[in-house]
Design a protein around this ligand. Structure first.
Ligand SMILES: Nc1ncnc2c1ncn2[C@@H]1O[C@H](COP(=O)(O)OP(=O)(O)O)[C@@H](O)[C@H]1O
Ligand SMILES: [Mg+2]
Length: 65
């Protein structure tokens, strides 16, 4: 199932999990930490999600620094 558009940016917030998340389902830190690492390298981390293409996380890094 695709991630709703209004939720798509929230997944990068620390400790954010959906209200439907079950106990033990995760801390909600994985994507926050990923984004911190990518941005520390001067890059960007974006999420897209649709029925047609599924959920995709794209990390971009500056070239030749
Ligand atoms: N590939 C994915 N597809 C759908 N939802 C996802 C995906 N990755 C993360 N999420 C949503 O974002 C929330 C936070 O993810 P994440 O930061 O990785 O937390 P955790 O450290 O608990 O895995 C998850 O609880 C889930 O709702
Ligand atoms: Mg995770």
């Amino acid at each position: 199932m695709p991630i709703p558009l209004d939720v798509l940016e929230k997944v990068f917030e620390p400790y954010w999990r959906p209200v439907t998340s079950v106990p033990g389902g995760g801390l909600g830190l994985g994507l926050y930490i990923c984004k911190q690492i990518v941005e520390a390298h001067g890059g960007t981390l974006e999420a897209s999600s649709s029925v047609a293409d599924g959920t995709c996380f794209t990390a971009r890094f500056p070239f030749g620094q």
